[in-house]
Design a binder for this molecule. Structure first.
Ligand SMILES: [Zn+2]
Length: 228
């Protein structure tokens, strides 16, 4: 009985610390989604990586600005790409220090994650204003840090499962074209995932973007989110 109560307490603390806040914000994001004409927001997680330059080429080709949710330690390893993202007018946002899950981070580790990653970004001359946690998972200390550093939480409305092993560029393109509606924040990946997964994302975008432009969609960055 004693062990059962201890186990129950652990589960309860865990629910309050991470599971409930994460679920709450994910649900609220879907509920609060506003139709916004033909405006959509392309966002890229898990970079910068060796694939990011190719993605930047595609965005440049169609003169589209996007938002890059960078992992701070990857940004440090890819300073040149960070400079290019900035130079070409995209918005650089934060996606944690090392892409670890907030469910598995205690108070101290979470604080350190924010402090160290913001320090890296500051040294790279990036003034970060937007944050997306890996897997969209938060804990109570993440919420405290968002307030402390004045960061706005950005989740997503549309994904195309572009990190999956068996997906193809065609699958990603079709999912994007079927799912995207005005007002959507679209989450794709320019890093991590299975081998060469971002290449499929880039190929899919090269095909999907002209079709979306043809349908009248307007691409904006997350700093313009909810603006008319
Ligand atoms: Zn991620």
């Amino acid at each position: 009985m004693r062990y059962f109560i201890i186990l129950l307490l652990i589960v309860l603390v865990y629910l309050i610390y991470a599971a409930i806040p994460s679920l709450w914000f994910k649900i609220m994001y879907k509920i609060k989604r506003k139709e916004n004409g033909k405006i959509i927001y392309l966002t890229f997680d898990d970079g910068p990586s060796t694939y990011t330059n190719k993605l930047l080429d595609v965005l440049k080709k169609y003169d589209i600005k996007a938002s890059f949710f960078c992992v701070a330690s990857y940004a440090l390893e890819n300073k040149k790409i960070i400079k290019r993202i900035k130079r070409e007018g995209h918005v650089i946002c934060l996606h944690s220090l090392n892409h670890e899950n907030a469910y598995l981070m205690d108070i101290f580790k979470t604080n350190k994650d924010f402090k160290n990653s913001l320090e890296i970004m500051k040294n790279l001359n990036i003034d970060v204003k937007y944050f997306r946690p890996p897997w969209g998972d938060l804990n109570l200390v993440s919420l405290f840090n968002l307030k402390k550093y004045n960061l706005k939480l950005i989740l997503w409305h549309v994904m195309a499962e572009d990190w999956k092993k068996d997906t193809t560029a065609f699958d990603i393109k079709i999912k994007l074209l079927r799912r995207i509606k005005g007002g959507d924040i679209i989450c794709l990946h320019d890093g991590r995932g299975v081998k060469d997964a971002p290449l499929k994302t880039i190929e899919a975008l090269d095909k999907a973007i002209p079709i979306l432009l043809g349908k009248g969609f307007i691409f904006k960055t997350v700093d313009k989110y909810n603006e008319k």
